[in-house]
Design a protein around this ligand. Structure first.
Ligand code: PLP
Length: 349
């Protein structure tokens, strides 16, 4: 087999969800964000594992993503759609029993006309300026919307991964100003907000990245491992170059391993000449440019020819690899390509 093997530890996933759940009081429910195919790890397996761990409210970005989650979980668990009620979504929302988080006056109107008794939630903008009703809009339509009995009111923090950012407290105040006294469950915190403390927890937290083992949840257990098969190993003489553009030159006689994965598999080109792969804990630098299907790695220091090299492993988390690539763990995870063999361990589902 010449594809990488992506191992997904469902026990670690469940344990991360429980650890995040334990941060908030027993009166605060913990949901689970499973958008983008469960952050690239497979929506059904992820959702089933988290439902078994105790999650009852799931969140996706768009209604289309709700279909796979509903199919996996059956009726019962609530599935919220961050993108709200878009044109053409009505049948899906109705048939799959999805709960759109209405983001604008247009969406409120569309939803109440199309599905007058259909469940919904409301997203408020408290300073991120991305999705949700502005305070002035909420003032205008709030009473009308509340009369239709929303299931949830939420807002999203823009800087929760930076605890000292004054934007956090400003958004918390705005959220309170807009919702204090309202008899509807409230949610403000994703992973970062969950870690900011009890003031941010309200009735429901909705972590994503922390469940999948990423920062800002520093205590998370890693969930993914990625091992790449070595296709070929060659000796390169001092002064020879490797890869497209000859961007790496051997400073001494070197052994170069070529592994089977590239930017088409989500190992983005930004790690060219920067990242490293690991052979049983020994780092081996990426040399030359990452190409579509292949990465070249300097294995001169290894005593034996490796059969596989690990790019995600305990020595190199998604966030460490992201650091080499100038991005974030979220992007590394959600970019993981379809060519890998996905191997699930644990989870008992
Ligand atoms: C993606 C998302 C989340 C989850 O965020 P994490 O940082 O992954 O925990 C929560 N709420 C909203 C509105 C989101 O878009």
């Amino acid at each position: 087999m010449a594809t990488g093997i992506l191992t997904i530890d469902l026990d670690a996933l469940a344990e991360n969800w429980r650890a995040l759940d334990a941060i908030s009081a027993a009166t605060t429910e913990t949901g689970a964000v499973v958008k983008a195919s469960g952050y690239g790890l497979g929506a059904s397996r992820v959702a089933l594992t988290l439902a078994k761990a105790g999650a009852r409210r799931f969140f996706v970005a768009v209604a289309e993503e709700g279909a796979e989650i509903r199919q996996a979980l059956g009726r019962g668990p609530e599935i919220y759609v961050f993108g709200g009620h878009m044109p053409g979504d009505t049948d899906m929302i109705h048939d799959l029993d999805l709960i759109p988080l209405l983001n604008s006056v247009d969406q409120l109107t569309r939803h109440f006309e199309a599905l007058p008794s259909g469940a919904f939630g409301i997203q408020l903008d408290t300073g991120m300026n991305r999705l949700g009703l502005e305070p002035s809009e909420w003032q205008a339509v709030g009473a009308l919307a509340l009369a239709q009995k929303p299931r949830l009111i939420l807002s999203h923090l823009a800087s929760a991964d930076t605890p000292d950012d004054p934007l956090n407290a400003a958004q918390l105040k705005a959220f309170r100003d807009m919702t204090d006294g309202v008899q509807v469950p409230r949610s403000l915190a994703a992973t970062g907000g969950t870690l900011l403390g009890a003031d941010y927890h309200f009735d429901l937290t909705r972590p994503g990245i922390g469940i999948y083992g990423g920062l800002p949840f520093a205590d998370a257990r890693p969930v993914v491992r990625l091992a790449l098969p070595v296709i070929q190993i060659r000796d390169v003489a001092e002064g020879e170059t490797v890869g497209y553009g000859g961007s790496w030159t051997a400073q001494a006689p070197s052994r170069i391993a070529t592994v089977s994965a590239g930017y088409a598999d989500g190992l983005i080109r930004a790690i060219s000449n920067k990242g490293q792969l690991y052979a049983d804990g020994t780092p081996c630098p990426v040399v030359g440019r990452v190409s579509m299907d292949l990465i070249t790695v300097d294995v001169t220091e290894l005593p034996d020819a490796p059969k596989t090299l690990n790019i995600l492993c305990p020595e190199q988390t998604i966030d460490a690899l992201a650091g080499h690539a100038g991005t974030i763990g979220y992007e590394i995870l959600t970019a993981l390509g379809p060519r890998y063999s996905r191997l699930y361990t644990g989870g008992a589902v």
